[in-house]
Design a protein around this ligand. Sequence first.
Ligand SMILES: [Cu+2]
Length: 279
Amino acid sequence: MQMSKGQIGRRLLGLAGAGMALAAGGTASAELGQPAPWEYKLQEAATPVMEQITWFHNLLVWIITIITLFVLALLIIIVVKFNAKANPVPSKTTHNTLIEVAWTLGPVLILMAIVIPSFKLLFQELDIPKADLTIKATGKQWYWSYSYPDNGKFEFDSLLAQDKQPRLLGVDNEMVVPVNKIVRIQTTGADVIHSFAVPAFGIKIDSVPGRLNETWFKATKTGMFYGQCSELCGKDHAFMPIVVRVVNDQEFASWVEVAKKKFASNPANSFASVGAAAQ
Ligand SMILES: [Cu+2]
């Protein structure tokens, strides 16, 4: 089929329009704390650590883009200016002090610009501030158990709820935490290695049997935040989501009261194993 230039132009415009509509649709349906269709960015941050991760990620994207364009420009200049036809008698230059110093110092400075915020972020993630609340998350094949040693020592299981939205992310009993409080997560695996990860909080930490790993978050927004087990742990690895509901202090206190009664019949709560969180 022959197309005129006008037709091709209109088709291209249509395609671009469709692409933009898709992108806009993706943004419109993006909700805090969960993945969105056509998402290509990091999830919106809900903790100071995730804000820092997002900032650092964007910085790196800028740096790598500028480096790539710079190298591409050099390549194009060389191909155009110094090919055999354009430059039949090649120069025999072997050393240039200025350029050699520049291409050594330049990368050093770029690495310094990366290393400083990188270490700052690493320390922010690893230095756990004094926690207001500790929750132990135990990865099991294939669900999570959460215990609250500070709030009356109760424990409950959190299993995928097929009927809940978002699909494959909803659970029957979500972890509940107060907003703007420092929550320390201690995690372990009951059978194999799992990994506790919530993208909007910027946390991902392995849950290893026989070992207690720690991380922390301070959620600054209320709402539902979804994550998934992030270490291949067996056949139902894809079906053990993590849901954290962030609420205000009063809602948290009343949830604790209800939860203590609701999960009183959980056999795990009759054992002393729950209160083992180290202070
Ligand atoms: Cu898993």
